[in-house]
Ligand binder design. Sequence first.
Ligand code: BDR
Ligand code: CA
Length: 314
Amino acid sequence: MAPRKIIIDTDPGQDDAFAILFALGSPDELDVVGITTVGGNVPLALTSKNALKVVELAGRPDVPVHAGCPAPMVRKLITAEYVHGETGLDGADLPEPVTPLQSEHAVNYMVRTIMDAPEGELTVCTLGPMTNLAMAMTMEPRIVSRLREVVLMGGGFFQGGNATPAAEFNIFVDPHAAHKVFDSGVPVTMAGIDCTYTALMTPEWLDRLRATGSRAAIEAANLADFYRQYGTHKFETPARPIHDACVTGYLLAPQIYEQRQCAVTIDIVSPETIGMTVVDWWHVTGRRKNCNVLRRIDPAPFFKLMLERISALP
Ligand code: BDR
Ligand code: CA
């Protein structure tokens, strides 16, 4: 079978870097046609530079990187240096990228690429605030019916939120964009924190990753060592989630995820719960089931596959 074509929309971020490396290490299954960046974990100038650093680390400077929206559709940008460090990729010493950014804006790139592709071919994976995709849908509504699927890291329900008691970071930063996408009619698969908290990355796994000896594996482990410092009060073990990589894992091995089709709405009005992904898990509303909600991962095959794929990179 031909590899599945994906656009990765991202705000790197150490866990975004894992998701990208995992995808680029899986060329038989995934064809990363382009990467688009958004302001999120850190401002856009840094997420864009970081995306270039990651494609170069993977030995894939041929993957075009397009910078997108610097801020959410309605609200002001909120960043997360407290998790990812000042650069967004603290922990690894990656050289300044030599590859330039593409001149075309990410939103124009998305619209053009999706409209030019055969219907149902392209999947957009969002690993940060969903601003670029929502803007693309606003600019050219016909992209909705041309997409195969949107697979996102964001949201959560049973675990509450990680940015507020109710909201996960990516959805909280741009709830209006998430609302636009979830409400659009496009098939959506959501890897929220209910799912990502079930695949915790251990120090032992990072030792094994580093021991494979490839530069990509060693730098990924360095990134993770920094990233693991956050969350001590929450996880009570040295293991940590590697959120965005769960999107790549789903594309490669959906059978290792527990999932359920549900109606999901995004709160954009309530001061206390704005950005909450309200999941109708028990189908009590009778609303259209617009989202495939990922609830759990089988961690052993997930980490086995990720180690194999990242260590296959140079
Ligand atoms: C999400 O927020 C960001 O900090 C991570 O990169 C991930 O996309 C987790 O809530
Ligand atoms: Ca991210």
